[in-house]
Design a protein around this ligand. Sequence first.
Ligand SMILES: Nc1ncnc2c1ncn2[C@@H]1O[C@H](COP(=O)(O)OP(=O)(O)OP(=O)(O)O)[C@@H](O)[C@H]1O
Length: 255
Amino acid sequence: MALIKLENVTLDYPVQAWKSDRKRASSGEKPIGGQLSSGQAGQMVVRALDQLSLTLGPGDRLALLGHNGAGKSTLLRVMAKLYAPTHGRVTIQGRVAPLLNLGFGLDMDSTGFDNIFIRGLFLGMTKAELKKKADTIAEFSELGDFLDLPMRTYSSGMRARLAFAISTHVETDILLLDEVVATGDARFFKKANEKLESFARDSKLLVLASHSNKVLRDLCNKGLLLEHGRVKAFGPIDEVIETYAASAGVDAKDG
Ligand SMILES: Nc1ncnc2c1ncn2[C@@H]1O[C@H](COP(=O)(O)OP(=O)(O)OP(=O)(O)O)[C@@H](O)[C@H]1O
């Protein structure tokens, strides 16, 4: 069973009050960031998510779209239960594997192979499960002898491969991805796509944030367009990409 239900979810980040007399060029009509305002007791906040409601079930593959700072990563973190909402309710049913930050649950001084166990345990796998799957994960990553070297010697694409290989071999119902799939090289990207497609075919639930329309079109069937933390559009992926492109004044075929 995979379910994500958000009811009127608002998330405020408290920030240090700032004071500046400096004149800055305004962003004009171009949307950027969440909403800056003063919250309770005059504390300044960035409202990253504003009264967001959404229900996703098995087979839903949701793309998160929107300008820089629209709230995509924050929404993924709320779905991963890393952040509790300031207001509203979040209901998650099923096991969740978040792949949001490539450093998360990885130890840079340990080898790639040891990190399969470190991150696997972090994602809720048991030692017995990991013993069975470690070789398959290692093979999927195609890192070969590099698996015996400390992870700090890896390029970001190599780290992404390993983190992706581990997260997608966990027995999970919900996969949350932030940009990372685009990190590997072209061939690994294709393989990663196929893995995600088979994941989605098994009626699992996928939520993915990316600025690449191609990635979103290939992997997702629904889109959610955020603007300053609010839902601007929700529906079939192609329609939402069109809406976003029209509002940003670019061609939907780009990117
Ligand atoms: N730790 C934090 N403390 C304060 N404000 C934050 C923090 N993290 C994010 N924000 C603010 O919340 C808003 C939403 O940020 P978020 O990272 O969710 O956007 P995003 O849509 O993922 O952006 P991008 O496409 O640039 O990655 C932004 O205005 C950002 O400045």
